[in-house]
Ligand binder design. Structure first.
Ligand code: C2E
Ligand code: CA
Ligand code: CA
Length: 497
């Protein structure tokens, strides 16, 4: 006969009873203390529903409670709010400080989060640095926004980890039932969409709105695909030449990534770089770009073209401790001379973490490669940092270059950036040079190099090589430059420089 577990009286003990027949219509009964086994089962049940690290409810339990809450809401008419949140810099903390500190941060965060929520709300850890909050009683739109604000405030206070103070921030998306959805899946998906909107907008908090959906669903789909696209070589590089304003020679080419998407066609980086940054795929993307650009430069060198290649880094790449050693191996394997590779990082990204940037750029320079600050003029870098940064080159942002012929203050910015660069011993490049007037003005101002549509749009490597080898095209460029340099409104000095 089967045994059965039951509790006896009020004691916390759990017993298993076994009944068995004895001769003469008697029944024998044994009781076995199975308290430990029962407790182990309870622990397993708890484990199945809670996150091992923080002890918070996990996705399964959250979904259970969400379903219950939605069923209840259908009867009571009480709104339900679901908040999805994602830490903005968790990956960096993890990479820079190690997993132990990353774990401690998550535990500490969970404590703070519990502190700002009511007991009736459920906070769950969905995995990684993703958390969700389920609000049931009194979950108005205002209430949900208020909770989101309190969460952000709680996370903004610095955390102490291993003697270092770490600041975090979270992007939070909110979806409400019944207005945004009445079933658990829809609500979760819409809170996710809102979370991406929050992340993208930089405002930190976003309430779901149907108009987010079109772009966000495409973005979410892309996010899932990007990783595969990299492995499947769906990315392509176009190269834009950078020309020496004194000689008209092309000195380098900037590698600009595109995604040859099977459905959407050739997509510009603006549509997926940020997605790659948010999702961490930027590490694989940057390596892909570096590998292809370095091999391209090596092939140019082999073909007798004296051309270096520039590659863009994202600030997230600076947090990747393996990048520089990996790059060093890449240069060794391909045999490309390190000084044929230039790395660019935008001024604003650099200023996100100037000390780290200084260290990583220093290590890149130690390899023998050169470094540039991209989009200069948009990021408020302090002169004190600039002076100490291990950089070789400044690239003036195209927003100033494009308008300097019409806008006096932009012209002043361009002029002073050129002077500043030279005073700091840096080479200066103007970006976004679209016409001959601008080209001539830049040469006159003493700018060293120029990049822009007037020279060439970014083109596939083969086209660039053909263009470089085509005397007519090259001649045209020289003529173009010479005629710019000789333009009427320029003093003769610019012609002879
Ligand atoms: P960026 O590094 O400032 O690159 C220059 C951008 O200006 C390119 O846009 C280029 O096509 C555009 N451009 C060039 N000349 C002109 C001009 O005369 N006028 C105007 N209006 N625009 C011009 P693109 O290729 O769409 O790239 C946009 C941005 O995406 C890049 O800006 C860069 O920040 C980022 N990006 C591109 N490739 C990569 C990459 O491999 N890694 C990372 N992290 N970012 C990349
Ligand atoms: Ca660039
Ligand atoms: Ca730029």
């Amino acid at each position: 006969m089967d045994g059965r577990d039951f509790k006896l009286g009020t004691s916390k003990k759990v017993y298993a009873a076994h009944a068995f027949p004895l001769p003469g219509h008697a029944v024998g009964l044994t009781l076995q203390d199975v308290t430990e086994r029962a407790m182990a089962a309870e622990v397993l049940r708890r484990q199945a529903l809670h996150d091992g690290l923080t002890g918070l409810p996990n996705r399964t339990l959250l979904n259970d409670r969400l379903r219950q809450a939605l069923q209840h809401a259908e009867v009571s008419g009480e709104p339900v709010a679901l908040l999805m949140m994602d830490l903005d810099q968790f990956k960096e903390v993890n990479d820079a400080l190690g997993h132990d500190h990353g774990d401690r941060l998550l535990i500490e965060m969970s404590r703070r989060l519990q502190g700002v929520l009511r007991d009736v709300d459920t906070i769950a850890r969905l995995g990684g640095d993703e958390f969700a909050v389920l609000m049931t009683f009194g979950a108005s739109e205002q209430g949900a926004i208020g909770v989101a604000q309190r969460i952000r405030e709680a996370l903004e206070r610095p955390f102490r980890l291993g003697g270092i103070s770490v600041q975090t921030s979270a992007s939070i998306g909110i979806a409400l039932a019944p207005q945004h959805g009445t079933d658990a899946e829809t609500l979760a998906q819409r809170a996710d969409v809102a979370m991406y909107t929050a992340k993208r907008g930089g405002g930190g908090i976003a309430m779901y709105a149907p108009e987010h959906d079109q772009s966000s669903i495409r973005r979410l789909a892309l996010l899932g695909e990007l990783r595969r696209a990299i492995d499947d070589d769906e990315l392509v590089l176009h190269y834009q030449p950078v020309v020496d304003l004194r000689t008209g020679e092309v000195r380098s080419a900037e590698a600009l990534v595109r995604w040859q998407h099977p459905e959407f066609g050739l997509m510009p980086p603006g549509e997926f770089i940020e997605l790659a940054e948010v999702s961490g795929t930027i590490h694989a993307l940057t390596r892909w770009v570096l590998e292809h650009a370095v091999r391209q430069a090596q092939s140019w060198a082999g073909a007798g073209l004296d051309l270096s290649v520039a590659v863009n880094l994202s600030v997230r790449n600076l947090y990747d401790p393996d990048l520089v050693p990996w790059l060093s191996d890449l240069l060794t394997t391909t045999g490309l001379a390190a000084d044929r590779l230039q790395l660019e990082i935008t001024e604003s990204e650099l200023m996100d973490d100037p000390l780290l940037a200084m260290e990583v750029l220093g290590r890149i320079k130690a390899l023998g490669s050169t470094t540039s600050i991209d989009d200069f003029g948009t990021g408020y870098s302090s002169l004190a940092y600039l002076k100490n940064l291990p950089i070789d080159q400044l690239k003036i942002d195209r927003s100033f270059v494009g308008t300097m012929a019409r806008d006096e203050s932009d012209l002043t910015i361009v002029r002073s950036t050129i002077d500043l660069s030279h005073n700091l011993g840096l080479l200066v490049v103007a970006e976004g040079v679209e016409d001959r007037t601008a080209l001539g003005m830049l040469a006159d101002l003493g700018c060293d190099r120029a990049q822009g549509y007037v020279v060439s749009r970014p083109v596939p490597a083969d086209d660039l090589e053909r263009w470089l080898r085509d005397p007519a095209a090259r001649g045209d460029l020289q003529t173009q430059l010479r005629s710019s340099l000789a333009a009427d409104d320029l003093p003769p000095s610019s012609v002879t420089r």
